[in-house]
Write a protein that binds this ligand. Structure first.
Ligand SMILES: *Cc1c(COP(=O)(O)O)cnc(C)c1O
Length: 410
C-alpha cells in the first residue's frame, strides 16, 4: 500500500472557513427570509477594470491568428510584464529591482507555499499570531512542525503575538529563527509596518542570517506616505528578503489569477556544509521545473494594470474599498468598539465587546444582525477576542451592515 504524507494528518482540518460556512448554512436553513450580509472571506466584489479587459480581448484576438498565436511562454513571465513591474512597482520608488529578479505566477497563495521547496527542512520558522493560515499550513504539510496543541499552535513553530497590547508590532524572536513570514499591510489585522519596524527586521535578519518572506499583497491600499510599499525600500533588504505581490486585491484578479515573487540576486542561503548558495537560481530552477507560466492573455491584461488608464481605474477600486473600510471603522467606533486597521488595508480588526470570545461574537452577530465576519481566533491563538470584517462589498451592503452592527452592540 502506498504511504501518504503523514504530516497532512497534523493539519487542523480546514477548520475556519468550513466552520463559518456550516454555521451560516444552518442559520439560513432555520431563517430562510434573513438577508445575510457576508463580510467574511477576503474576496473582491467589483468587476475587472476596463483597461485590463480591453487588453485581454486584444490578446485573445492575437491568439486567434496564426501569425500572432503563442504557445508556451517563458516560465518566469514575458519580458514586457516583468519590465513593467520592475519599472512601476520598484524603480519608480527608487528601489533597484531588475526584471530578471521578478517571477510571474498564478498567485501569491501558491508562491508563499511553494517557496518552502527551496529551503531545508531544519530551518526554524517564525510567524506572527494571528496570521494568514497558508504560511502555517504549508509548514505543517512539509514536515516543519510537530502536532498542534489545544489552541491550534504547532510545536516547532515560533509564534510572535500581535495584539493591541504591543500595538500589533511583533517582538523580535527570543531565540534565533531562519525564516520569518511578515505580511504588510496585514491580513487579518489591517495594520501596517513603519520603516522603523521593517528596518528592525532587516537588521535582525542580517545579524542572524535569516530570510524574511515578505507578503505585500495589500500594498496598493497604503495611503500613508510614510509607510513603505516594498520591503526593499529598507536599506539592505535585498540581501535578506523575498517579496510576494499579487494582482488579486488591487486589480480584482482573485478569479483571474496573476501574481509575482521578487527574489533578488544578492539573496543568499547556505548549504548543509556551510557554503553560501544563491536563492535566485534555486527559485528559478523550481519555477521552471514545476510551473509553465501564466497565460499570455492574462499577462497582457496584467500589463495594462500599469498603463495610465489602468492605474487610474485601479486607484478608483482601491479608493472605493478604502471608503468602505472607513465607513465600517467609524461606524463601529461610534458605538464604542475598539477598531484597528482599515486605514491602509481593506480589513477592519475589532476587539469583541465585553468578554465575548471570537466565536461567541460571531454567533451573536449572525443571530441578531444577520452579519457574517471572521472570528479572530481562526487566524491564531492570539486572535482570540478579536474579529475581522472585510471592506470588500457593495456600498449598500456596507452601510446596511454598519446600521445592523450598531443596533446589536448599542
Ligand atoms: C489574498 C492574499 C494573497 C493573494 O493570494 P493570491 O493567490 O495571489 O490570490 C496573498 N497573501 C495574503 C495574506 C492574502 O490575503
Amino acid at each position: 500500500m502506498a504511504l501518504i504524507n503523514d504530516h497532512y494528518l497534523k493539519l487542523k482540518a480546514g477548520y475556519l472557513f468550513p466552520e463559518i460556512g456550516r454555521r451560516v448554512n444552518s442559520f439560513c436553513e432555520e431563517n430562510p427570509s434573513a438577508a445575510v450580509i457576508k463580510l467574511g472571506i477576503g474576496d473582491v466584489t467589483e468587476p475587472l477594470p476596463a483597461a485590463i479587459r480591453e487588453a485581454m480581448h486584444a490578446a485573445i484576438d492575437e491568439m486567434g491568428n496564426r501569425e500572432t498565436f503563442r504557445g508556451y511562454g517563458p516560465e518566469q513571465g514575458y519580458a514586457f510584464l516583468r519590465e513593467a513591474i520592475a519599472k512601476h512597482d520598484f524603480q519608480s520608488r527608487g528601489v533597484d529591482i531588475s526584471a530578471d529578479e521578478i517571477f510571474v505566477s498564478d498567485g501569491s497563495k501558491c508562491d508563499t507555499g511553494n517557496i518552502l521547496d527551496i529551503f531545508g527542512a531544519d530551518n526554524k520558522v517564525a510567524v506572527t499570531d494571528p496570521v494568514y493560515p497558508v504560511y502555517v499550513d504549508t509548514n505543517v504539510m512539509t514536515g516543519r512542525t510537530g502536532a498542534a496543541d489545544e489552541s491550534g499552535r504547532y510545536a516547532g513553530l515560533t509564534y510572535l503575538p500581535v495584539t493591541a497590547e504591543n500595538d500589533f508590532v511583533p517582538a523580535l524572536p527570543e531565540s534565533p529563527v531562519d525564516l520569518i513570514y511578515l505580511c504588510y499591510p496585514n491580513n487579518p489585522t489591517g495594520t501596517v509596518a513603519t520603516k522603523e519596524t521593517l528596518k528592525q527586521w532587516v537588521d535582525y535578519a542580517k545579524a542572524n542570517g535569516s530570510i524574511i518572506l515578505f507578503d505585500a499583497a495589500y500594498e496598493a491600499f497604503i495611503t500613508d506616505p510614510e509607510i513603505p510599499h516594498s520591503i526593499y525600500e529598507i536599506e539592505g533588504a535585498k540581501e535578506v528578503a523575498i517579496e510576494f505581490r499579487s494582482f488579486s486585491k488591487n486589480a480584482g484578479f482573485t478569479g483571474t489569477r496573476c501574481a509575482f515573487t521578487v527574489v533578488p540576486k544578492q539573496l543568499m542561503g547556505k548549504t548543509a556544509s556551510g557554503e553560501p548558495a544563491e536563492i535566485h537560481s534555486l527559485w528559478n530552477r523550481r519555477h521552471c521545473t514545476k510551473f509553465n507560466g501564466v497565460s499570455y492573455i492574462i499577462q497582457k491584461g496584467t500589463e495594462a494594470a500599469y498603463s495610465e488608464q489602468g492605474k487610474q481605474q485601479i486607484k478608483e477600486l482601491i479608493t472605493f474599498y478604502l471608503e468602505n473600510a472607513r465607513l465600517l471603522r467609524e461606524g463601529l467606533e461610534s458605538v464604542g468598539i475598539s477598531v484597528y486597521g482599515g486605514v491602509n488595508a481593506p480589513y477592519v480588526w475589532l476587539k469583541t465587546p465585553g468578554e465575548s470570545t471570537s466565536w461567541d461574537f460571531f454567533d451573536e452577530l449572525l443571530q441578531k444582525a444577520h452579519l457574517v465576519g471572521t472570528p479572530g481566533s481562526g487566524f491564531g491563538a492570539s486572535g482570540e477576542g478579536y474579529f475581522r470584517l472585510s471592506a470588500f462589498n457593495s456600498r449598500d451592503n456596507i452601510n446596511e451592515a454598519v446600521t445592523r452592527f450598531q443596533k446589536v452592540v448599542s
